[in-house]
Design a protein around this ligand. Sequence first.
Ligand code: ADP
Ligand code: MG
Length: 368
Amino acid sequence: MPDAGRETVRDRNDDDARRTERDPGAHSEPSSGGAEQAVETQGESPLVRRALSAAVSRETPDVITPPLEQPEGPDTPIARAAQAAVAMQNGQEEWPRPKACRVMTVANQKGGVGKTTTTVNLAVSLALHGNRVMVVDLDPQGNASTALGVDHHADVPSIYHCLVEGRPLAEVAVEVEGIPNLLCVPATIDLAGAEIELVSLVARESRLRRACEAYDSDELDYILIDCPPSLGLLTVNAMVAGSEVLIPIQCEYYALEGLGQLLRNVELVQAHLNPELQISTILLTMYDGRTRLAQQVADEVRSHFGELVLSTVIPRSVRVSEAPSYGQSVITYDPGSTGALAYKDAAKEMAYQNSGQVQPAGTEENQA
Ligand SMILES: Nc1ncnc2c1ncn2[C@@H]1O[C@H](COP(=O)(O)OP(=O)(O)O)[C@@H](O)[C@H]1O
Ligand SMILES: [Mg+2]
């Protein structure tokens, strides 16, 4: 016997989220909006709420059924969403794997520009398409660990132990549940002190590099490093560890401020510590296609960085911001949502960068 009261709240919750997805401005904080509070007042445990949320139809609930009979059907957003949801259940196409492990630092000293979201969702997308990936959480807040559902309370062996005590990465990396081929090295609050502790240690800028080199990187295709919002020793360690920097840029007015400082830091690391370092990829995040400002920021970034900017832009999407509270990436939380499709497209572009293979034609849905 279904519980009628709960049904109503669920429906309302879902409608509300869908409305917000179309019009993020409708709520200032959608994920903590009234509907969710209403669910809470039902006295449900977090587990029940989680199960409910997984069971309710998500962003594209009414699209998964009818068009499936026509696999070669029109390439509409609805068809894409349906295909993505089905692909998630039935296994995925394989993307090219790089010849050697790509170590990519996801950096931007601004907070809240989408570094963690980008790291996590690219990593999950790549892993689900045949690449072996390790996420290194280098932010003391441990947001990437949370988003991947990896335990990071104070006693957990973490990246701190690798950096400060020289413990091998292999000892602290854990498998991410439900995503084969994806490992995560968690960050705990200990890392907050590492910035200072590192100062007096030998080879303080290259400790992460040593840890990565000691790991048998033949076993990995990507190491993605999620940096804290600063340009301190942790970020420098990340830039010394790899040869690629991926910069997420939020499509907002202030986004370009401070970028000069980041570029200067990359040049300094190039000049003194890691000549191989280059900015390989720029990803535009939280794009709101309804505003002229977002388009202007996108144009400006493209005119400055040209080919480095991925064609795919990541739209603002409520699903993207909800996913971490379920210990999930948006790719698994709601594979047919606009945010999941965009991150999948961005990861695919990355996989085809320098692969020598031509990327199969896609859609231009998430391009700006
Ligand atoms: N495309 C997006 N749409 C909506 N919210 C987003 C999107 N990308 C990130 N967010 C949210 O914005 C906030 C900051 O993102 P985060 O990835 O943590 O940034 P950073 O790691 O740079 O500090 C988080 O609450 C995240 O859920
Ligand atoms: Mg972060």
